[in-house]
Design a binder for this molecule. Structure first.
Ligand code: 5AD
Ligand code: SF4
Length: 476
């Protein structure tokens, strides 16, 4: 992974992690009779789900392997968000079909967002897979595996109104042992017209607050120093404890996690601009360990397009939200998701997107061209009429704009001192550490003579930068 990739680590759709295989423990004390291999695509939610799947499979007697050749069970946790994601996965399935011809006993399963969308095709027409399991059906995996072992094709893509896997402790990817994701809710009720998520992941539901706090506490006790609270729309988190009748908002939840220890950093993703409240912003301001970084997808800078997208805010409303963030949290980093070439978008409307990027001064953006997804509101209502080359050109303009904004943002940091959580050695230089500041920017700095280690906090002054990384020295 190079420095540019490092910057995208920990975020919504981390390109460098697409298709990453789940890492087994180095010294797993359990002796498992059978082995599973799991590969994950898509958003952090999906990566986090793979850790729940790993936990369920461990309980069913399956241990993880990174080698498909020794796997009895090969799983792909899939994403449907754009057509490209689905194509990548289909290619991968064809490769596994070849492996299956060599080893007929091996089972192949499709999990996640493509499961719901493509169950019939995957099982019958293409005969690529033995099992298809949707995001709310992972508890039934052991039974489905048994069925598949008996030679039946097995499917469960039922979506649930209440499944949150609250009681399952995810098996963590042991790669850095320092930061972990905690799912706090599932599904999504915002019917953004371009998005397939409400169909693949179902209705929004919030997980029991107590189980979230317990998971964060346990992670801290085990040496973790950073948790990211995950949901499609974290600001609409809302949990009612039936016993005490107490209601917990996202701000309250975040505060409780922050109170576990000042040494535990708290991050969250994703925020919908319509739902992020002053209460959340003030809570962020109150606790030093709640990181000053908000992923606030704009999607488009034009009010008419936003309306077609069903985003429920206008250009001006979004700009006011950015103002409010900067007022309450002057040093807060902001990132965005942007879609180029949505149905009927004109050149002027595209210019509005470029200008709102300037206005918001994003530190980072995830940028896509519009990809029509079957079944979505946009696919049913609007024509996907912006030619592909126009979409791509507009996307390139957005990418170029972001390049300059990221560089400018990093240049503004030169001379400033940040508290940095050390994540590990720099990939390029064993004499340097790599960590992040509160704003989620990667900082690389020489180890010098200090006796520091991964998971320590250290003050670093920024001396130089590239577009993707800050370079600094330890503050004496
Ligand atoms: N086409 C392009 N980008 C999309 N996204 C979601 N659906 C689509 C689509 N159909 C982008 C949005 C969202 C991010 C996760 O993916 O920007 O915020
Ligand atoms: Fe995540 Fe959406 Fe992709 Fe599903 S379709 S993996 S929810 S980004």
């Amino acid at each position: 992974m190079n420095m540019m990739d490092l910057m995208t680590d920990n975020k919504v759709h981390d390109e460098s992690r697409q298709g990453e295989a789940y890492a087994p423990f180095a010294n797993d004390p359990n002796q498992y009779k059978k082995k599973f291999y799991i590969e994950s695509y898509g958003c952090q939610m999906n990566f986090s789900d793979s850790e729940i799947v790993a936990s369920i499979l461990n309980s069913a007697g399956y241990g993880a392997t990174r080698d498909t050749e020794e796997a009895d069970l090969v799983l792909l946790n899939t994403c449907s968000i754009r057509e490209k994601a689905e194509q990548t996965i289909r290619k991968r399935l064809t490769e596994f079909r070849k492996a299956k011809m060599r080893r007929p006993g091996m089972l192949v399963g499709v999990l996640g967002c493509m499961a719901e969308r493509l169950k019939a095709n995957l099982l019958e027409e293409e005969k690529l897979v033995d099992m298809v399991v949707g995001p709310d059906a992972y508890r039934t995996l052991p039974g489905l595996i048994e069925e598949a072992e008996g030679g039946q094709k097995s499917v469960n893509v039922l979506l649930s109104r209440d499944e949150t896997y609250a009681d399952i402790s995810p098996v963590r990817l042991e790669s850095n042992g320092m930061s972990a994701f905690i799912s706090i809710m599932r599904g999504c009720n915002n019917m953004c017209s371009f998005c397939v998520v409400p169909f693949t992941r179902g209705r929004e539901r919030s997980r029991d607050a107590k189980s979230i706090i317990a998971e964060a506490q346990d992670l801290f006790d085990r040496g973790f120093r950073e948790v990211t609270l995950l949901g499609q729309n974290v600001d609409s988190y809302y949990f009612v404890d039936e016993k005490s009748n107490e209601t917990v908002s996202f701000a309250m939840l975040m505060e409780r996690v922050a109170l576990i220890s000042p040494d535990l950093r708290v991050r969250f993703s994703t925020s919908h601009p319509k739902d992020i409240t002053d209460e959340v912003l003030y809570t962020m301001a109150k606790y030093e360990n709640i990181c000053k970084y908000i992923h606030l997808p704009v999607q488009s800078g034009n009010t008419r397009v936003l309306q077609l997208m069903n985003r429920t805010y206008t250009r001006e409303w979004y700009m006011k939200k950015v103002d409010r963030i900067k007022e309450i949290l002057p040093d807060c980093g902001i990132s965005s998701d942007i879609i180029a070439g949505f149905c009927s978008e004109t050149e002027e409307e595209h210019q509005d997107t470029l200008s709102i990027m300037d206005y918001s001064q994003y530190d980072y953006s995830y940028m896509f061209f519009y990809s029509e997804r079957p079944g979505t509101l946009a696919a049913r209502r609007y024509k996907d009429d912006v030619p592909e080359e126009v979409k791509k050109r507009r996307l390139q303009e957005i990418v170029d704009k972001q390049y300059h904004l990221s560089l400018e943002s990093n240049k503004r940091d030169v001379g400033k001192t940040y508290k940095v959580l050390i994540e590990g050695e720099s990939k390029k230089d064993e004499n340097a550490w790599m960590g992040r500041n509160s704003q989620n920017k990667v900082i690389v700095f020489a180890k010098e003579q200090y006796n520091l280690k991964k998971g320590d906090y250290v003050y670093v002054t920024v001396t130089d930068c590239t577009k993707g990384t800050l370079l600094g020295v330890i503050e004496k």
